[in-house]
Each structure stands twice: as structure tokens, then as C-alpha cells.
Design a protein around this ligand. Structure first.
Ligand code: NAD
Length: 260
């Protein structure tokens, strides 16, 4: 199936590792040109090298997404460089365990900065360019937005907010022909997940316990499985899909617990 994204330009936040990295590589395989925004410059530079060696095109920009001016500079640089912008993939986030008991108002606000505010800021900055191309926005939420997790108020609030913003932007941007969707992963084995599991006393046992609860295959979702959905959703093949929350989770969120 030709996804029709050859030579199209997509900004991916948090694109240097994990899910964002898989999305960048999958886009390149389809001939698209990812602009990778991330604070991890080593991982970003390594990824761009890999893409170049494979004959693809991409750029990496070191950006702390919590800094509005850095986001502004990055969007301007990307558009000047490629002279177009076809999509924004708001993907960066971190499950930072800022809860009610183990947390405080400052930490909660910081968690929203890390997980929510830059989704709005990036969409706001990209919108004038997306209007020209009838582009697309894809946001990454989390199943915790609808299930809760306990002890991570900031992250869950942000991820639920992202689902709300997805619907609101989808409605607002209909006149411009801009589609907006969200992906909702549950358990995807990435550097972020590895870090989070490492916060438990027995990380391996925790990993196995979680895998045993995932109905389809009793295994984690792979970053590639998320990337395949992402690239489909931003492509013209998904031309009548907007305002959707798409779960790529092996049935984790919705299937009967009796299955596990
Ligand atoms: N891994 C999972 O199981 C899972 C489940 C549900 C949702 N998600 C969501 O998927 C998205 C990607 O997660 P992942 O598991 O690939 O994470 P990851 O940590 O493996 O990769 C995220 C990347 O984003 C970058 N990043 C994070 N905050 C940043 C900031 N403020 N400025 C610049 N760069 C920043 C990191 O440097 C990293 O390279 C996140 O929004 C996460 O909440 C992941």
C-alpha cells in the first residue's frame, strides 16, 4: 500500500528514542522527512546518522520542549529548511510519578509542563504552516488517561487533557482540512518504560507480571506496532479519520479482565 507520504515533512517531538524513534524510521522507509525534536542530542545525532546511511532525509534539533522559545525556533528552522510542514506528531512525555501524596503543587505544575503544555504550544506554532498543506496532527496519549494508575496525577492529567485537546482541535480545524487524532498506547517496551520498571524493587518480576496481563499475546506492544499506526494515521490513507482515540494495546485497556 502506498501511503502517499513521500517527501512530506513531519515534526516528531521526543523523536530520538522509543516510540518517536520508531516513527521516524518508519516514515523514512516510506520516503518522508522527519524533523526530530528531542533534548537528547546524542540519541538524536545517532538516529540522523542512521537515517542518512540508509539514504533517507531528516534533521535533528536539540530542543527542551518546556521552553517555548526553543519550540518556536525549531518550527521556524524546520519550515525554512524544507519549505513546508505536513504534520506534527506530539509524542514526548514522561511518567514522572507526581502523585497526591508523593507530590506537591509545584511538582504537579512541572509535570504538566513536561507532558501537556508543549502539546498545545507546538500545535499553536505549527498551525499556520499546517493550514497551507492541509496537514495533520497526531498526539500520543496513554491508557492511564482512562484507567488511572495511582500516584501519577500530573502525567494522567496531561494524558487525559491530550485526549480532550485532540477532540477540540479536530473540531476547530475542520474548516482547514486538518485532521487531528490521538494514539493511546498501554505497555510499550521503550527506554521510558525500562526506566519506569526500574523504579520497582524487582524490575524483571514487575515486567513479567505486566506482560502476563496483556490479553493479546501476553507481551508488550512493540514501538514498531505503534509507529505503523502513527504513519498510517498521518497518511492520506486515513483521510476520513479525525477526532479519534486509537488504542494500540493488545486489548489491554478494554478487553475483559477474565481473559488474563
Ligand atoms: N512506553 C509506553 O509503554 C507508553 C505507554 C503509554 C504512553 N506512552 C507515551 O508515548 C510517548 C513516548 O514514550 P516512550 O516510551 O517512547 O518514551 P522514551 O523516553 O523512550 O522516549 C521519549 C523521548 O522524548 C524525549 N523527551 C521527553 N521529554 C522531553 C522534553 N521536555 N523535551 C525534549 N525531549 C523530551 C526524551 O529525551 C526521549 O528521547 C510519551 O508521551 C509516553 O507518555 C508510552
Amino acid at each position: 500500500m502506498d501511503l502517499g507520504i513521500k517527501d512530506k515533512v513531519f515534526i516528531i517531538t521526543g523523536g530520538a528514542k522509543g516510540i518517536g524513534r520508531a516513527i521516524a524510521l518508519t516514515m523514512v522507509a516510506e520516503g518522508a522527512r522527519p524533523v526530530i525534536l528531542d533534548k537528547d542530542d546524542q540519541a538524536g545525532a545517532q538516529l540522523v546518522r542512521e537515517i542518512k546511511e540508509a539514504g533517507g532525509h531528516s534533521i535533528f534539533l536539540k530542543v527542551d520542549l518546556t521552553e517555548y522559545d526553543q519550540c518556536l525556533d525549531a518550527v521556524n528552522f524546520a519550515v525554512n529548511h524544507y519549505q513546508r510542514l505536513d504534520g506534527l506528531l506530539n509524542n514526548a512525555g514522561i511518567n514522572d510519578n507526581v502523585g497526591l501524596e508523593k507530590g506537591n503543587p509545584e511538582a504537579f505544575e512541572k509535570s504538566l509542563q513536561l507532558n501537556l503544555m508543549h502539546y498545545y504550544n507546538m500545535a499553536h506554532l505549527c498551525l499556520p504552516h499546517l493550514k497551507k498543506t492541509k496537514g495533520v496532527i497526531l498526539n500520543t496519549s496513554s491508557k492511564t488517561a482512562v484507567t488511572g494508575q495511582g500516584g501519577t496525577s500530573g502525567y494522567v492529567c496531561a494524558k487525559a487533557g491530550i485526549l480532550g485537546l485532540t477532540r477540540d482541535w479536530a473540531a476547530e480545524l475542520i474548516p482547514y482540512g486538518i485532521r487531528v487524532n490521538a494514539m493511546v498506547p498501554a505497555e510499550v517496551w521503550t527506554p521510558l518504560y525500562e526506566w519506569w520498571v526500574g523504579t520497582f524493587p524487582d524490575p524483571q518480576a514487575k515486567k513479567e507480571l505486566i506482560a502476563s496481563k496483556i490479553p493479546f499475546g501476553k507481551r508488550f506492544t512493540t514501538p514498531q506496532e505503534i509507529a505503523d499506526m502513527a504513519v498510517f494515521l498521518v497518511s492520506a490513507r486515513a483521510s476520513h479519520i479525525t477526532g479519534e482515540h486509537v488504542y494500540v494495546d493488545g486489548g489491554y485497556t478494554h478487553l475483559d479482565r477474565a481473559l488474563t
